[in-house]
Each structure stands twice: as structure tokens, then as C-alpha cells.
Design a protein around this ligand. Sequence first.
Ligand code: PRX
Length: 637
Amino acid sequence: MTLQIKNFKQYQKEYARSVKNPEQFWHDQALSFYWRKPWKKVVEWDFKGPDVKWFIGGKLNITENCLDRHLAERGDKVALLWEPNEADGKTKSYTYRQLHAEVCKTANALKANGIGKGDRVIFYMPMVPELAIGVLACARIGAVHSVVFAGFSAQALADRVNDATAKMIICSDFNKRGKKNIPVKKVVDDAMAMGCPSVETVLCHQNTGQEVDWNPEIDKWWHEELKGRRTSCKPTIMDSEDMLFILYTSGSTGKPKGVVHTCGGYMVYTCYSFRNVFQYQEDDIYWCTADIGWITGHSYIVYGPLLAGATTVMFEGVPTYPDAGRFWEICDKLKVNQFYTAPTAIRALMARGDEYVEKYDLSTLKVLGTVGEPINAEAWHWYDEKVGKGRCPIVDTWWQTETGGIMITPIPNVTETPPTFATLPLPGIQPCLVDKDGNEIAGNDVEGLLCIKFPWPSMIRTTYGDHERCRNVYFSAFENKYFTGDGARRNKDGMYRIIGRVDDVINVSGHRIGTAEVENAINEHDNVVESAVVGYPHDIKGQGIYAYIITNENVTDEEAFRKEVLQVVTREIGPIAKPDMIQVVPGLPKTRSGKIMRRILRKIAEGDVSKLGDVSTLLNPEVVEQIKIGALVELKE
Ligand code: PRX
């Protein structure tokens, strides 16, 4: 197993070693895995391309490391604990041996359906064990999985299926989320009807058993395809740099891009970071509440924990069903030791009152984690006092879909944990702050744009089908640096505090949403002339979505129009991208070259209309006054 850092001196030593000799450092970490063939060279990199390769020449299969490798030592240990949506439902568990058998059976079923190395498989499923099993089954046979969060619309799903030219979609009949039963297969049918010519098979897992439409030429039942399959399956041997998965994420322009992660480096880094950030001990129960549709679920529900031989919990439901005590009830029932969630969930539960958390025995908790967005001091303290009872270190973990694993974070009982600080980089990670011209900002007590100046094993390799886009977005802003899109502060002790996105990306409840994407969706409404979308502070979601819309003269009933806009956005992207505020405006503030002045729109959305700066250079300064008046009315409503 990879090293676990136990004290601050050791952290400093390991960190210094990782910077001085990264090759040796990562060589040492990689040795604890099972490789079919060792690597010839640890790393080769060029950020101009970008062209980054780790563990060159190494051959492996990540599922041999997640499953087979553990069978001798911990075959009967629980690998996956699944908690259903209904509080009175039955917890399911899979030992490493059982999980291995299920993954092999599924892999054999995929093979029998024509899936092989390099083929792309899209998942559109709830948080049921079959999702984790399916993902691992793909990895077993070298197929590339791409999990699409099941809250996205048919249109968004079709876009991703087509971008990935996926051969198969794996879905469920219905999703259970709280009181709702969501017709997931129907969304897949709608996506197929929009045109997904590459898809040969839709494999449907029976989750609720409710009736679904069926196309016998394409649709197949998961349980029927698995029937009688062998419980062993030879792993396909992959190159370190073969693709493991694609995960779509939003950026500041255009459609979501497919972030590509590869096998070797991702394996080494997710295991290393998991073991250190959560200080997992052999008999611990670890729970990350994320959805596997996001990177957090990939790296810290599935791969990281299984690579480390951990017991990982997967929860089907929502934090507020049947009531706001559900998370804590599960922690109590399963005796959870490490708990990892998002600030938005903490804020939502905090708002419901302390009685829900006080009802349960949380004495098994040792480490609390947060991820996805900045955590405000109030939520941090509530988490610390009410959940952790002041005795569990909080790890505020900063990272991204593109980084594959946690980058800046405290290590429990090793690093000081000042509230709202992600604190220090893990060994192997070399962050820096730069000014807008790309000059590195030295020293402490400074603020700037967060970049990473040396490669790490689980970093993004490309954006699927469009390498130039990868270069443009991440590697062209500053020479020889990966640009994160975040702004950060480094305090007098050298600790990092993440401020938030500096580009046109909004972080809503820890989910990344591109303003351009939402604008494109809104513009699909026939009566929209132009729109501009910005983020604004929101008590629970962190950021909310504020849309300014110019309509044509056909809009007579503004209230009805707003509802239609919400429907259009739900149809084009999904409910998570629905604006929280919609203001119909007579115009948008523009520069003389026609660029929308988002800075002004952001200020108005924040309710901060006193200091808008100089607007005289605008093409249409009068429009600012009109928007201000409209906004004040809007915010009072
Ligand atoms: O702005 C940062 C924010 O989430 C962005 C990455 O989003 P995504 O790729 O969806 O991955 C989220 C889960 C890893 C970052 O650019 N972010 C993530 N973690 C933190 C954070 N902001 C502040 N503090 C964090 N701990």
C-alpha cells in the first residue's frame, strides 16, 4: 500500500522529496500496485501540446488492482455497502469476492454484446450498485466509460452520447430519489429519438419494475444479459496511457467537454490521495455522498477506495428524505468513520435545525471532508461542532474534474485546519499563483490566479475528440502552466484559500455550469432576442443563476414567459441549470466592440448597485439605469 503520512514533519519531508525528485517519488508510490509489465520511464511532459505521459510502457488493468489484488488478503471484507433510498429499505453489501464476481459477469455480458477495448459506453443511472459494477466491468475489458449524471436532459444526454460516439447506453427503468420516481429509460428513449446513430444497444437495469417502452431491436434487460454469465473474466491488459474514462464537464464557452483520464496515473494518484486525505484504516467504513455522475464519485466512491481495499458506502437517495436527518441516520447505522460531502448539503441541513443531527450517535466519525465549492465559515463551524463534535478534523479538499484527484487539502491530524482554507498541496502537487500577465506571485499573504506548474499522475490528458480545445482552455493562458480557472489567496503561513472561479463558470450547489451553456439554452425560446447569465451569492447553493433576458414584442405575460424559460432550460440541459432569477431587460450593457459587460451584470445581480464603476464608455450606458431599477424590484419580490 502507498505511504500514509502521519505527522507534519513527514509531510514536509515527503513534499520536499516530491518536488526535488518527482520521478523517484512517483516511482515509489507506483510500486505498491500490480502491474502486468513495469514502466520504463515515470513521466514525460510538455505543457505546450499538451503531451503528458505517466508510467510509460507500463501495462495493467485497474480492476485487477481494485478487486483481484485484494482477494487473498481481504476477499471476505465488505467492499461496497449500498444504502437504498427508502430509510426502511435493506442495506446491501458486496464483499471483494462478490464484487469481483459481479464485475466479471457484467464484463462478460458486455463482451457478448459486442463491447471491446476502446469502445465508449454511456451510463445514465441512479446510485445503485449496478452503476459501480458496470463502470468497473467496462474497465475490466478496456471499454471507456462515460457516466452522465441522471439529472441531465435527453438533449444533454444525446449531446454526450454523440460526442463520445458511444456504442452502448446503460440505464435503469426508473430512478428513486426521495419521494420521486424518475422515468430514466424514457429520457434515454427521447435521446435516442433525437438521433444517436452510434448506439447499438441500450442495456436497461430493472430498478423499480415499472413499465417502460421497449424497442426489441435495441433494448435489452440487464438481468437477462447477465444470466448464466461466468464469474471470472480475464482482464484486458491496458497501457498506462490507454483511456480509462471520459467525464463531461462545463467550461466557459461552448458545449461541455469530455475530460479524458487514463489508466496508470489515475490509479496511482486516486489511491495515494484517498489513503492520505482520509487516513483510511483497514476496518474503517468510508462514505462519500457524491453521485458517481461527477468526478468525486469516480475517484472517491469507486476507484480510490477500492484500490485501497476500503469499505465504500454508496447511497441511492437524497439528504432530506424522509427527513433532514438521513445522512446522520446512515452514519449512525453503518458506523461511518470518514464522511465526505459538499458544502451545499451542509448548508441545507444546517438550515433545517440541529435536532436532526443531535438525534444520532456519530461517535464513530473520525474525519469529515468537503468538496466542490468554497465552504463558508458558518457552515464549517456547524459541521465541526454539530457533526464532528469538535473532535474530527475537517478536510476542505480542492480539486477538479480535470485534476482527477484531490490537489490541495489538509491531511487529518497532520495539517492545521483553519476554517475555509484548503490549506496545502499534497506531495507531488506544485501550485502557484500568477497575475493576469502570467507572472508568478512569490511570497505569502498574496492573491492571484491558481495554476499548477508541474504534471501529476491523474491530470487531464485531452478533451475527447478535440485536443486543441484542451490546450486552449488549460494550457494556453500561461506558458508552461496548467490554469485551473480559479482564483486563490495564499495566507501568511503559505496556506491556500480558494476564492472561486474567475471565468464564466458558475458553481451551483457544487455543480459546474457554464454561463454560455445556459444562455444558449435560453436563446432556444422563440421570443428571446438575447440573454446574459451570471452567478450571484446564494445562501444554500453557494451561487445561484441570474438571467437577464431581452424579449421580443410577443411577450405580453412576463410570469408565463419566465416559466417557459425554465422549461426550455430543463429541456436543453436539465433542472440543475434552471435560473433562480430571471429579469426581463430592455437591453444589455455592451462595450463599443459589442461585448457584454458581465462585471456590471454581476454587481447588479449581487444587489451591489452602488459601485458599478465607470459606465460612460459603454455603447448604451442608459441601459444600466434601467436594469438597476428592474433588479431592485426583482430582488424584493
Ligand atoms: O471552483 C473550484 C470548485 O469546483 C471547481 C471544480 O468543479 P468540478 O470539476 O465539478 O469538480 C468538483 C469536485 C472536485 C473548481 O474549479 N471547487 C472544488 N473544490 C473546492 C472548490 N472551491 C473551493 N473549495 C473547494 N474545496
